[in-house]
Write a protein that binds this ligand. Structure first.
Ligand SMILES: Nc1ncnc2c1ncn2[C@@H]1O[C@H](COP(=O)(O)OP(=O)(O)OP(=O)(O)O)[C@@H](O)[C@H]1O
Ligand SMILES: [Mg+2]
Length: 225
């Protein structure tokens, strides 16, 4: 069964349209993502990968075309409904981890539960559970500065799972990690996809990591190659 969780339809994004600094970052991208699929996005710097991820994650709106998440058209939703969809269905993992430096690993993950509207107790239990799943049972009380890069990214992965959303977007999640840690993180992501039937879309510059993925999409100059 091919269960489509997200699709993009002739997606275009032009920054500063009509101005001297206009950039056509995406020039009509049509693709789809099924549940339980781990997809890599590769392509040269400036080709539009992050732009694509922002649109797919409902963080920005296209100039034309559309994105559908769980059957809902993002361009037709009201702002607060779009934010709601993001809070329920999407998880984000970024290159720089984006953890709050004054909070512990556990507090960073719990915070995402608050954003997702989980009751405090449920949020705490779930955060502990997820941190254990990513191998950080012994690191609950460490702040980001007291964690290795790979461990910080594991916290960010646990955080992205707090809302139990179906689509996880990762923009160069291993960009700051060495080969060994990069592979460990990507194997963890692949394991999540298979065990929890998540859909993960991951941008990477490291083509060796695409061997862990089900499918590779190449973006060149704002188009799928
Ligand atoms: N907010 C913005 N305003 C104007 N131009 C932008 C903006 N964001 C990105 N661009 C331009 O759009 C193009 C695509 O950028 P994007 O960040 O999507 O590339 P990328 O494929 O993620 O690159 P990298 O691999 O370096 O991260 C680039 O030419 C970039 O300069
Ligand atoms: Mg980018």
């Amino acid at each position: 069964m091919n269960n489509i969780i997200a699709r993009t339809i002739n997606l275009e994004k032009t920054y500063s349209p009509g101005e001297h600094n206009e950039v056509k970052a995406l020039k009509g991208v049509t693709t789809q993502f099924s549940s339980g699929e781990f997809v890599a996005i590769i392509g040269p710097s400036g080709s539009g990968k992050s732009t694509f991820m922002h649109l797919l994650g409902a963080l920005d709106l296209p100039t034309s075309g559309d994105v559908e998440i769980a059957g809902k058209s993002l361009t037709k939703l009201k702002d607060n409904d779009r934010a709601d969809l993001r809070a329920k269905e999407l998880g984000f993992i970024f290159q720089g981890y984006n953890l709050l430096s004054t909070l512990t690993a556990l507090e960073n993950v719990v915070l995402a539960g608050d954003y997702a509207g989980l009751p405090a107790k449920a949020s705490l239990e779930r955060a502990k559970e997820l941190l254990k799943e990513v191998g950080l049972a012994e690191r609950f009380d460490h702040t980001p500065a007291e964690l290795s890069g790979g461990e910080q990214q594991r916290v960010a992965i646990a955080r992205s799972l707090m809302n139990d959303g179906r689509l996880i977007l990762a923009d160069e999640p291993t960009g700051e990690l060495d080969t060994k840690n990069s592979e460990a993180i990507v194997e963890l992501l692949r394991d999540l996809v298979k065990r929890k039937q998540k859909t993960i879309v991951m941008v990477t510059h490291n083509e060796a990591l695409t061997r862990f993925c089900d499918r590779v999409i190449k973006v060149v100059d704002g188009r799928l190659a």
